[in-house]
Design a protein around this ligand. Structure first.
Ligand code: CP
Ligand code: NVA
Length: 310
């Protein structure tokens, strides 16, 4: 049975859930991951269908949602702009009305966040953000779960963001606000973050640094992302020049805590935003981070479709 409208939750931005809901989700992700590692069958989503709509490319998001849904006993429908009427200008509202009458859950990767919001506003079923130009909440869910696995609670810690003030940076901002850690941000000028747009309520959770080395100083986690996100390819050459000093290398990592972790949502460009020695080095947890997309999203899908277990 589909949840009634009053019970229905979407996951469009990190701030759509509260700190205590995140605590629950991280614990569910831990349990679900342990079951998966022990080859235990866990199929609470039997007969449920997830529609995945991709208007941009993906490896991790597609595989993690698709494999995760099958593991939980459900099935998936995969749509892209090129092979659906979405690419032939059918209004997003009409697509939402139709698709959400046939499936139980929808994941969308698209351009403007407003498009995702328009879909959600006309959907009968929960909608999950699989990345928009502005936000990538499922990735930060995985990143924080990965931090907790390696180092325990992130509350009170310092995370350094080096690079573009993009969808990942905006989502880190919301996470710092909700989960009580400090975000150090260093972006080249012209590529700054906007805490107001991200709806950050506690201005003290973010500190801005011109110099990326200063941003990393004392950080418990250093993280970055590509210089040019999907949809901004026309700016590639200008960005390569602007971001040249925003490469996380061994010297930059050395200014962070001695046991600092390195994360990157991937795909990565070695020699641009990160040095090979860092992403392939001992402080990097990028492969755990990528795998954890699947475990946290299984917990998220369970939560949106069934609610709390136990
Ligand atoms: N990190 C991430 O979302 O990867 P994909 O673009 O491969 O889905
Ligand atoms: N900021 C990147 C993340 C890719 C997973 C992009 O939007 O392309």
């Amino acid at each position: 049975m589909k949840p009634g409208p009053s019970l229905m939750k979407h996951y469009l931005q990190f701030k759509d859930l509260r700190a205590e809901e995140y605590a629950y989700l991280f614990e569910r992700a831990r349990i679900i991951k342990t079951r998966f590692k022990n080859y235990e069958r866990y199929q609470p989503l039997a007969d449920r269908t997830l529609a995945m709509i991709f208007e941009k490319a993906s490896t991790r998001t597609r595989v993690s949602f698709e494999a995760g849904m099958y593991q939980m006993g459900g099935s998936v429908v995969h749509l892209t702009t090129g092979d659906s009427q979405l690419g032939r200008a059918e209004p997003i509202e009409d697509s939402a009305r139709v698709i959400s009458r046939m499936v139980d859950l929808v994941m969308i990767r698209t351009y403007e966040h407003t498009k995702l919001e328009a879909f959600a506003a006309h959907s009968r079923v929960p909608v999950i953000n699989g990345l928009t130009n502005e936000y990538h909440p499922c990735q930060i869910l995985a990143d924080i779960f990965t931090y907790i696995e390696h180092r325990g609670s992130i509350q009170g810690k310092t995370v350094a963001w080096v690079g573009d003030g993009n969808n990942m940076a905006n989502t880190w901002l919301q996470a710092a606000d909700i989960l009580g850690f400090t975000l150090h941000v260093s972006t080249p000028s012209g590529y700054e973050i906007d805490p107001k747009m991200a709806g950050v309520s506690n201005p003290d959770c973010v500190k801005i640094f011109r110099n990326p080395f200063s941003a990393c100083q004392g950080a418990h986690l250093v993280t970055t992302d590509v210089w040019t996100s999907m949809g901004y390819e026309a700016e590639n050459e200008a960005r390569k020049k602007a971001f040249a000093d925003w490469c996380v290398d061994v010297q930059m990592m050395a200014t962070a805590q001695p046991d600092a972790l390195f994360m990157h949502c991937l795909p990565a460009h070695r020699g641009e935003e990160v040095a090979a020695e860092v992403i392939d080095g001992p402080q990097s947890v990028v492969w755990d981070e990528a795998e954890n997309r699947m475990h946290v999203q299984k917990a998220l899908m369970e939560y949106l479709l069934i609610g709390r277990i136990g």
